[in-house]
Write a protein that binds this ligand. Structure first.
Ligand code: ZN
Length: 81
């Protein structure tokens, strides 16, 4: 089983569907056993959906990365407190 750190490291890619099947399976397995990451995953998914729904659908990679970094920073901050 992967650790929460490993899950967090792949979360951005996972939300975007940008992981290979093997990694996806490990992440899904982790979520099903870890409530913390499940909550983080849910809120990330919602945030990403809001971002993609409100803006232009095709974001340039640079913008997408900036948003992702912002989201991840917020999540890490939230988890630390
Ligand atoms: Zn976890």
């Amino acid at each position: 089983m992967i650790t929460c750190d490993e899950f967090m490291a792949e979360l951005g890619n996972y939300v975007e569907g940008d992981v290979v099947a093997e990694v996806r399976q490990r992440l899904e397995f982790h979520i099903s056993h870890c409530q913390t990451c499940q909550v983080v995953y849910d809120s990330t998914l919602k945030t990403v959906k809001i971002v993609t729904d409100s803006g232009s659908f095709e974001l340039p990679e640079v913008a997408a990365k900036a948003i992702r970094d912002k989201i991840m920073a917020r999540i890490r901050k939230g988890m630390a407190s």
